[in-house]
Design a protein around this ligand. Structure first.
Ligand code: SAH
Length: 365
């Protein structure tokens, strides 16, 4: 039994079953035993591989996107380039290198990294200390000073806790984590339906069948990004999820590149749930933002010129490197199945209402 499971059992013994969102928050963010506090989840030896770890092209194109957005914002100086959950710092390092094509942008930049893991902060420091831009770390986006900013979040929102609501005859009940008759951690439903559910539930879900599950993420982040957008900032959210709110259960655990039981070994596996982009966009729009997308990752990267970038890189590459570039390009833009990265991953921008267009979103805003 993991140390975190012991602690969760103690909590349940005192208070009764805990909501799934609380369980997820503990698994990922517990100050000592949380997954992101004590593990390096990335790469072949880790639990999953993210787009910036697949290829430098991903971060480079986002760096060029940010430079173009900065021009559309009216070249504010200074400007903050903020990244939420920067992992190993790879995306930011690649983005800053690519942004050298616009020296005035680089010169105006202050980089803010929102990261709770001390271990990953170390990685980020190592990746970025030579970049020649001022760096600062924060625990939460609310701690990043106001002012013009471009915010990037790749595979960040999926790690924010979701609440699971299950349709029953008397209404929607919150799914909880408790202890079953055999003494194991197990899912259970709260005995009473949630009051005031219409505040959370999208209209299309009101008639969902019995047993339907709806995952709801508290909208603090969307509200905060919407507030900043209303004041002139732009945010780019890249993550796996669905464009429209829909019933379905997507809470999953990943360990060593394989799916695992979310209740098994809490704190030792990554726990995520798909992003509901419609809900995210609606919350940001209510706070005053204009929403672009979501569009599929493949569309976003192709419009930014990933094929041309791959061709340019290949010209200076050895044969094995060429094969690697082709494989990375295929993986990032694959749309063959609904779970292929280019299709499952969506890109949304949260922007000031007065911005008429954004690079890569021109046809979808
Ligand atoms: N963006 C990176 C890493 C994705 S993993 C990439 O694409 O490779 C999620 C990242 O978010 C990790 O850096 C993790 O430590 C961080 N993180 C998770 N929950 C967080 C929270 N609540 N606040 C700040 N950072 C968080």
């Amino acid at each position: 039994m993991t140390p975190l499971e012991q602690e969760i059992r103690r909590l349940i013994a005192i208070d009764g079953p805990i909501p799934v969102a609380r369980y997820m928050a503990l698994c990922l963010g517990h100050p000592v035993h949380g997954y992101y506090r004590h593990r390096d989840p990335f790469g072949a030896g880790g639990d999953f591989v993210t787009a910036p770890e697949i290829s430098q092209m991903f971060g480079e194109l986002i760096g060029l996107w940010a430079a173009a957005v900065w021009q559309q914002m009216g070249t504010p100086s200074p400007v903050r380039l903020v990244e939420l959950g920067p992992g190993r710092g790879t995306l930011m390092a690649d983005a800053l290198r690519a942004a050298k094509v616009l020296p005035a942008f680089r010169a105006a930049l202050q980089v803010d990294l929102v990261e709770t893991s001390p271990h990953l902060r170390q990685h980020q420091q190592t990746a970025l200390e030579g970049a020649g831009v001022p760096l600062a770390w924060h625990d939460a986006i609310e701690d990043v000073p106001d002012g013009p900013a471009i915010v990037i979040a790749n595979e960040f929102v999926d790690a924010l806790p979701v609440q699971q609501l299950v349709r029953q005859p008397r209404g929607w009940h919150e799914r909880m984590v408790g202890i079953d008759a055999d003494g194991r951690l197990a899912f259970a439903l709260s005995p009473d339906p949630l009051p005031h559910i219409e505040r959370i539930l999208p209209p299309g879900l009101r008639d969902a069948p019995l047993g339907a599950v709806f995952e709801w993420r508290a909208d603090h982040l969307a509200t905060e990004l919407g507030r900043r957008a209303a004041a002139g900032s732009v945010a780019l959210i890249v993550d796996y999820g669905h464009a429209r709110s829909a019933p379905g259960e997507t809470l999953q655990a990943l360990r060593a590149h394989a799916y695992a039981d979310p209740l098994d070994s809490p704190g030792d596996a990554d726990l995520t749930a798909h992003v509901d982009f419609e809900a995210l966009g609606r919350a940001a729009a209510v706070a005053g933002a204009r929403i672009f997308g979501p569009i599929e990752q493949a569309t976003f990267l192709r419009r930014l010129g990933i094929a041309e970038r791959a061709a340019a890189l290949k010209q200076r590459a050895t044969e094995p490197q060429r094969r690697q570039i082709d494989a990375a390009l295929a993986r990032l833009t694959d749309t063959v199945s609904a779970t292929a990265m280019g299709r499952l991953f969506k890109v949304m921008a949260i922007a000031p209402p007065e911005l008429a267009a954004l690079p890569a979103f021109d046809n979808d805003g």
